[in-house]
Design a protein around this ligand. Structure first.
Ligand SMILES: [Zn+2]
Ligand SMILES: [Zn+2]
Length: 246
């Protein structure tokens, strides 16, 4: 079976164009995982009729709500409604378990008294080197974005394919390394004309796409200005529900 990539959510933080927050679902031979799980990702999965109990692992690029904020909702439903009984792995930046627990308790006060019946394995990944996560090889590269979120781009080896997602962040030379020879490079492209601190915009994509050197590139995390221009661009832009087979 080929690796398949489903853009469960291809939107920005603020629901521009009615799109869902970032959640990229990847199916390999023996694993189903997502890269990021934004605040609206549970709704987005339900819309696509993808049961969240089928997800083995969640890999996080950084700790902004539009990239991890759906996890508290998923964990609660896994305990209460969906009755998950399989292990779940969540991999991301340092202090991961404490940060997710704090977010869960803030959104659902009192929920910390509940103990999940399924094991949750938190993996704090080391930036700049390969990390083994449930048979995946995940290499986080430091990104230039809000430092408090511990931002990274993730290069993920799944079966014989490489999927790289820039996460949020300005262009850095690390993105060239992270995307080199990738079968799919998913690049954030927030604005069309405007340069925005902490993000890539279309002029950055144009200036640096030769250096990315991936076999295929898809733009995501589109803001209103990009959405207005996406149809006219030669680059492929993601939309919610897009499925790509590698
Ligand atoms: Zn974002
Ligand atoms: Zn962010």
């Amino acid at each position: 079976m080929a690796v398949s990539v489903t853009f469960v959510g291809a939107g920005d933080a603020f629901g521009s164009g009615g799109r869902f927050n970032t959640c990229i679902l990847v199916d390999g031979k023996n694993i189903r995982f997502t890269i990021d799980f934004g605040a609206t990702s549970l709704t987005a999965l339900n819309k696509l009729e993808i049961p969240h109990n089928s997800i083995d692992a969640i890999l996080l690029t950084h700790m902004h709500g539009d990239h991890f904020g759906g996890i508290p909702f998923m964990l609660l439903d896994a305990m209460l409604g969906a009755r998950r009984d399989r292990p779940l792995t969540i991999a991301g930046p340092k202090n991961l378990a404490a940060r997710i627990a704090a977010a869960t308790e803030a959104l659902f006060p009192g929920s910390s008294a509940m103990t999940p019946k399924f094991p949750i394995n938190y993996v704090e990944m080391t930036v700049g080197q390969p990390n083994e996560v449930l048979g995946l090889t995940v290499t986080p590269h430091a990104a230039r974005h809000t430092p408090q979120t511990d931002p990274t781009a993730l290069r993920v080896a799944v079966d014989d394919k490489i999927v790289t997602y820039s996460g949020d962040g300005e262009w850095t030379p690390d993105l060239n390394a992270a995307s080199r020879d990738a079968d799919l490079f998913i690049a954030e492209c927030y604005f069309h004309g405007k340069a925005v601190k902490g993000h890539m915009s279309y002029p950055d994509i144009q200036a640096h796409k030769a250096g990315f050197a991936a076999k295929r590139m898809i733009l995501t995390h589109l803001g209103p200005e990009m959405l207005a221009n996406a149809d006219r661009l030669p680059e492929q832009c993601a939309e919610d529900g897009l499925v790509v087979r590698l």
